[in-house]
Write a protein that binds this ligand. Sequence first.
Ligand code: F6P
Length: 529
Amino acid sequence: MSLPKINPTKTAAWQALSRQFEVQKDLALQDLFLQEPSRMEQFSAQTEGFYLDYSKNLITAETKEILVRLAQEVRLKDAIDAQFSGAIINETEQRAVGHTALRNFGALPEEVAVALERIKSFTGQVISGQWKGYSGKPITHVVNVGIGGSDLGPDMVCEALGYYQNHLKLRFVSNVDGDHVMHQLKDLPRDQTLFVIVSKTFTTQETLTNAQTIRQWFLEEAPESGIAQHFAAVSTNLEAVAAFGIDSDQVFPMWDWVGGRFSLWSAVGLSIALSVGYDHFESLLKGAQDMDQHFAKTPFEDNLPVLMALISVWYNNFYHAESECVVPYSQYLNKFVAYLQQGIMESNGKYVDRNGEEVDYQTGTIVWGSTGTNAQHAFFQLIHQGTKLIPADFIAFKECLYGQQDHQNKLLANCIAQTQALMSGTKGQAIESPYRVFAGNKPTNTLLIDKLTPERLGGLIALYEHKLFVQGVIWNIFSYDQWGVELGKKLAVNVLNTIESSDDSSKLKFDKAQEFDASTAELLRRIKQ
Ligand code: F6P
């Protein structure tokens, strides 16, 4: 079972969408609401805890119907089934794509169940204080050392679930920027800190450099035997972890069938389980599982990830929107957009289709954003009155966590008012100054979630995972590889050798043998001077 390989632009639905765009390109959202009393019922969907209002989009019943036909013509259902069945759908790396298997409670693969048990036991010992550092004191601080998928997911989730956190203080070191590493280490109690080194490959330059620096810093005061109590690792590369000196009892598995950017559900989420406890970690996974089931079983017309993906394709490929924005109205979700950026852009930033041909249509969306209400006071001006079309997702939680109802009312009021303003603008109002006119007609989705719990966060993340997969299927690209990050990594080795070599820097000039162009050579010369 492999993914279908259908050029979307050759489908009848794509042609129909092109015609539909011509018909509706001058439509105004405000008019659609006036003309269609049942617009809300037609363009909203829900699943346990999630309500999606997609009525404020530039779509009609006909647009939606053709978009769904597009999903059918590219055989999306077969693609979804192929992914859930564990088929090798990551063809360019010859791997299955199994992040949903990590949370498939009731039918967990044996090795996953064993790993979860180990996570439960280890995190339980650390949280309870039973696990002691080299001086006999309990662990108070945890530092996650990883980058990309080995950092963004755990970091985002630990912050998002801040309300549920225990006494352990979490830090994240990802960048190879030594100033940041030393800054993070500065006030850490060596004898009460646990370092979790997370690297699927255990070859990533940043993570290995940071891990070595931290190890040296640790051994400045701690005994060598303390490594066993203070270092844990998550990786597929057991040999490299052993060579680093981490006790095999503290090495947690990763599997090549889990992509880094989809790995927070595995032992890569160890820091999450340390931070909020295993039970909340399991709830996070179960919330994602609920979304998986919704995605796998719901007809496309009512399927949240499918609808969000189709609407995004509509703007990307027919309205030629340059980007899309995500605005969560919860400060706890401060890192959510950065997390999505890796998921979405590393997955769908591809220009070669599943037949190995160059595409002649736009693929991967550019996603950006930040939390509301902060974003309103920063970049919203451009969405309201700029010249670009920027479809936006507004995410809000109905209930707050600390019972600050006055704040919550204001937070929600702002979220809703912004989508209203973006849609309605000042149409129909007599405004004298052209500078005060809002054209409106700016599309948004509003995702209203009952409460920021581990379950709902899991569901929210899974929703975007599935959305990006659906888009990749439609665009006929392989979403689960990331060859585009390799070239820079390779060239960095050569550049680093040059920076570190004792050769006379004045001799650095454009030289075919050295593979440096004039610009690169000049920059290197200046760095070495
Ligand atoms: O450079 C990109 C990448 O390969 C990501 O896909 C991955 O999440 C990250 O690097 C970290 O990789 P690793 O977990 O192997 O250190």
